[in-house]
Design a protein. Structure first.
Length: 84
């Protein structure tokens, strides 16, 4: 059974401003998180309950609620900007 995805409007707007190629890769990676919220290569962030995956030079930071089966996308940004 897959997880539900929660993507805030602010993250959606930020993604829409990216080049189409980058947007498509990020969108595909986010949709994959619904089936496998902790895919190979994901990293748990230190000092937080959040996770991140790499998509080229971009990072997707997200939280997982296993009880309610929800993946919440918290941030999508270039690697130099994602943790600010």
């Amino acid at each position: 059974m897959s997880y539900s995805l929660s993507i805030p409007q602010s993250v959606n707007r930020r993604m829409e401003r990216l080049p189409a190629e980058v947007y498509d890769r990020l969108d595909s990676a986010i949709l994959t998180l619904a089936d496998e919220p902790r895919p190979p290569g994901c990293v748990k962030l230190k000092g937080r309950e959040d996770w991140r995956i790499r998509v080229g030079d971009y990072r997707i930071v997200y939280g997982v609620d296993d009880e309610q089966r929800i993946v919440e996308i918290l941030n999508v940004a270039h690697r130099r900007d994602v943790y600010h």
